[in-house]
Write a protein that binds this ligand. Structure first.
Ligand SMILES: Nc1nc2c(ncn2[C@@H]2O[C@H](COP(=O)(O)OP(=O)(O)OP(=O)(O)O)[C@@H](O)[C@H]2O)c(=O)[nH]1
Ligand SMILES: [Mg+2]
Length: 362
């Protein structure tokens, strides 16, 4: 099995190179971001295909061999291998003309059932849609992917005044709020308040407190049994309240209960579940289950810049039936925080746009 690494300015470009050299049947073994570029390790599928299990084993051996070679003295540390982007054993092969799309979606880690649904739609695209196989030439595939995603409903997003950001530790909750604050303040909107429920931890509320002070925005740190209602009395009655919370692991049920109690009447607080895009999908699902009692109404994916495998942006919202409110990219507070429109997510999942969230399509 021949292994080759392909680099492109975007996932689409790297995949094009894979396809040009190894064909649409190529097996994508790893995808990762390298600064602004995307790197794909792919293998050529032999014409006389051995049984699927043997192919998988060969791919794993080839990867292991390469990693061992890299670990040789003086070599750079090897990155962790990603799971092979190939159909699970027993999955029916798609029609050859659909393989370029299957290759893209598998390289991104889109789940097989979703991939099948998308391919079914594309296979039955009306003739008037042009060539749906190349998503850059026809909007059909883009719509097929976007159509899988749940849309933002009218409630509670439209009626809520308070928005709480919950999620696992280090997910990017505080950074997301700080980015929102910067965005609003830059537009001259200061009629909102920020509350931090992360004040029990030394330094937990510092970033937002300093930012609010710098920008002249109402802020309150909430400690102990002081509830949100009392804190709101302190900050007045602004149009919008952004609430930061402490990170909670999926097994910390006591902390989760305490947070739920503090957030109080959930009909008045819309909960955003913040998940880092580079988290393993299983960990995302576990976290989502743990936060379920808080009835999150939307997802926020952060760290879109830290992974080249963005299939979770499709898999997780579909599995949880939750829309994406926003996508975060980068650490800096003036970094990007884009509305999670279905089109943007579909473009990212199809590798049609670099994950910078800023530039145009790749
Ligand atoms: N690369 C990248 N880093 C991010 C992004 N968002 C946040 N970070 C970084 O991730 C780390 C954790 O971010 P925080 O905003 O403190 O995360 P948190 O969810 O508030 O963390 P806890 O309050 O400790 O649970 C920090 O180093 C951030 O700079 C992002 O979109 N991209
Ligand atoms: Mg925080």
């Amino acid at each position: 099995m021949r292994l080759k690494t392909f680099v492109g300015a975007s996932m689409a470009e790297a995949l094009d190179r894979v396809q040009q050299e190894l064909g649409a049947d190529a097996l994508v073994l790893e995808t990762r971001s390298r600064g602004d570029a995307t790197e794909i390790v792919a293998a050529e599928v032999e014409r006389e295909e051995p049984a699927e299990g043997v192919m998988k084993l060969r791919a794993e051996v080839a990867l292991l061999r390469r990693d061992l070679e890299r670990l040789a003295p003086g070599a750079q540390a090897a990155p962790l291998p990603m799971p092979a982007a190939e159909p699970a054993p027993g999955t029916p092969q798609e029609a050859p003309r659909l393989r370029p799309i299957a290759l893209r979606l598998r390289a991104m880690g889109v789940s097989e059932p979703l991939l099948r649904r998308i391919l079914d739609l594309v296979a039955n695209a009306p003739a008037a849609e042009g060539d749906p196989i190349d998503p850059r030439k026809s909007p059909f595939t883009l719509s097929a992917v976007a159509g899988m995603l749940p849309g933002i409903g009218p409630a509670p997003e439209k009626t809520a005044r308070c928005f709480a950001f919950v999620g696992p530790g280090g997910a990017g909750k505080t950074t997301t709020i700080a980015k929102l604050v910067e965005q609003r303040a830059a537009k001259g909107d200061k009629n909102f308040a920020v509350l931090s429920l992360d004040a029990d931890r030394p330094g937990g509320a510092d970033l937002l407190a300093k930012q609010a002070d710098r920008l002249g925005i109402a802020f309150a740190a909430v400690r102990g049994s002081l509830d949100i209602q009392r804190a709101l009395e302190v900050v007045g009655a602004p149009r919008l309240v952004l609430i930061d919370t402490a990170g909670i692991g999926p097994r910390e049920s006591v902390a989760l209960d305490a947070l739920r109690e503090r957030l109080g009447d959930e009909s008045k607080v819309a909960v955003h579940l913040v998940l880092p895009a580079n988290l393993e999908e299983q960990a995302m699902q576990m976290s989502a289950r743990a936060f379920q009692p808080m009835k999150p109404s939307t997802l926020v994916f952060t760290k879109v810049d830290e992974t080249a495998r963005l299939g979770s942006l499709l898999n997780v919202p579909v599995a949880l039936e939750l829309p994406i409110a926003a996508l975060g990219h980068g650490r800096s507070l003036d970094g990007h925080l884009a509305p999670g429109t279905r089109r943007l997510v579909a473009e990212l999942v199809l590798g049609l746009r670099p994950p910078t969230l800023a530039g145009g399509r790749a």
